[in-house]
Ligand binder design. Structure first.
Ligand code: 2HA
Ligand code: ZN
Length: 281
């Protein structure tokens, strides 16, 4: 990555800021996995004011962008987000053009651009789903920080051939790799196919986020939340791996599988509580 440093009214807004570096690295990684073709995918991360202020002038916003959906609950909060129409492939080469650091205004009706989104760029088209998901996850998990959307290839493929009932979908994922139940005992949720970028898909996604960290968008991708980039990305990796196994064995004779009794034993051994209504033991 370039070590360029941008002087801004006495502050040093450096692309070496840990939160800018983390976003640059994770988007590059996701692009390398083939999940984020073209401008597919978007990430947002809640930041602490003190951390932002160490690298960026937070007193003089560069411009304000009106939101089509008010987010009073997030007033005054800081985020780093990917830009609308921006390619994950390019973030690492030019973070300032492809990422933005925002503060939600006091009224919750607009965002102030503090850094990045160069040349009039705007935040991700999925900002409604991101912001509404942040609101719901913060209510149930004070350590929540990240919302990540990606076009994970095998998850998308699985939504063509598998029943979209979320309990059945979760059970199949648990059965694909032993690790799955331990990593997401709370399961995955699924919404119907909807037009992306809309407030409607944002509301449907956020509604699921009251009970789940994961929402699958059929024939589109996956929305995942978490407290750290490692945990959030690791969750996507694990689900995508299970979906890959499902797709690899699809249509072939199954000679043995993990039984419900074995899944229950696994949960007991790792002290996790499987989502109710899935295992029959
Ligand atoms: O950012 O992934 O869902 C492009 C998308 C829309
Ligand atoms: Zn998408």
């Amino acid at each position: 990555m370039s070590a360029s440093v941008i002087e801004s009214k006495g502050y040093i807004a450096s692309v070496e800021a840990p939160f800018i570096r983390e976003m640059s690295e994770i988007t590059h990684h996701m692009w390398s996995l083939g999940w984020d073709e073209l401008n597919g995918g978007n990430v947002s991360c809640l930041l602490d004011e003190e951390e932002v202020a160490r690298y960026i002038n937070i007193r003089e916003p560069q411009r304000t962008i009106k939101l089509t959906f008010p987010v009073q609950e997030l007033a005054g909060k800081y985020f780093i987000v990917t830009g609308s129409g921006k390619y994950f492939r390019n973030v690492i080469k030019d973070p300032e053009a492809n990422l933005g650091v925002l503060r939600v205004s006091g009224s919750g009706e607009s965002v102030e651009v503090l850094w990045g989104l160069r040349s009039g760029a705007v935040p991700t088209s999925e900002l409604p789903s991101h912001f509404m998901s942040h609101i719901e996850r913060l209510k149930v998990d004070p350590s929540h920080r990240i919302v990540l959307h990606t076009h994970a290839t095998n998850v998308i493929a699985m939504t063509f051939t598998h029943d979209l009932d979320e309990l059945k979908f979760t059970k199949t994922l648990w059965e694909m790799c032993t690790e799955c139940l331990v990593v997401f005992p709370d399961g995955v949720s699924v919404i119907p196919w909807m037009v992306p970028g809309s407030s409607e898909i944002g509301r449907a996604t956020a509604d699921k986020m009251k009970d789940y960290r994961v929402v699958i968008w059929p024939q589109h991708g996956i929305f995942v939340t978490g407290a750290t980039m490692d945990a959030t990305f690791g969750l996507v990796e694990t689900i995508e791996k299970a979906a890959m196994v499902y797709n690899l064995i699809g249509g072939r004779e199954i000679k043995q599988k993990i039984t419900d009794r074995q899944l229950a034993d696994l949960a007991a051994a790792f002290r996790v509580t499987p989502k109710a209504g899935i295992l029959e033991v």
